[in-house]
Design a protein around this ligand. Structure first.
Ligand SMILES: [Zn+2]
Ligand SMILES: [Zn+2]
Length: 150
């Protein structure tokens, strides 16, 4: 089986199965709104009666991330969480390592820096991934903060 880039596939009246599955994954992600793991998303899809395998969900999320349709963050457990990317571009998040709360942060400096790097190096299509993690106010005052040493 040959690997074909989706962008190269000519437009058809009936989209291929993989495209339909990707759309189902993306709309399920939109319905959730918050950062969601592939496992949770898979459960939500199955609950909606969508017959889709967990591997397919992972693959769809990978493609959606690569094509800039979803943002991904990594939890301390190593698990990846996904969220649909806003129409007007990507966002940077500050994520609480304790409870998973995510907050959109201003990153104009990062955007300008990335543009400058692209200009200075002559690189095109420069992309960046910036992950900020911390401990949110609620978690900082909770018992967890006192129990953990260091
Ligand atoms: Zn927290
Ligand atoms: Zn950025």
């Amino acid at each position: 089986m040959g690997v074909l880039h989706d962008a190269m596939t000519p437009k058809r009246s009936v989209p291929p199965r993989s495209t339909r599955q990707r759309q189902a994954v993306l709309s399920a992600l939109h319905a959730r709104g918050a950062f969601t793991s592939a496992r949770d998303l898979h459960e939500a899809l199955e609950a909606d009666g969508v017959a889709i395998g967990l591997t397919t969900v992972y693959r769809a999320l990978h493609v959606l991330n690569r094509t800039g349709r979803v943002d991904v963050i990594r939890e301390k457990t190593g698990e990846r969480l996904y969220r649909p990317r806003p129409e007007d571009g990507h966002r940077h998040y500050l994520v609480c390592r304790a409870c998973g709360l995510s907050k959109v942060v201003e990153a104009d400096a990062v955007e300008r820096w990335a543009e400058n790097v692209a200009e200075a190096t002559g690189f095109a299509e420069v992309e960046h991934t910036v992950e900020l993690t911390g401990v949110c106010g609620d978690c900082r005052v909770g018992p967890a903060a006192r129990d953990s040493a260091g």
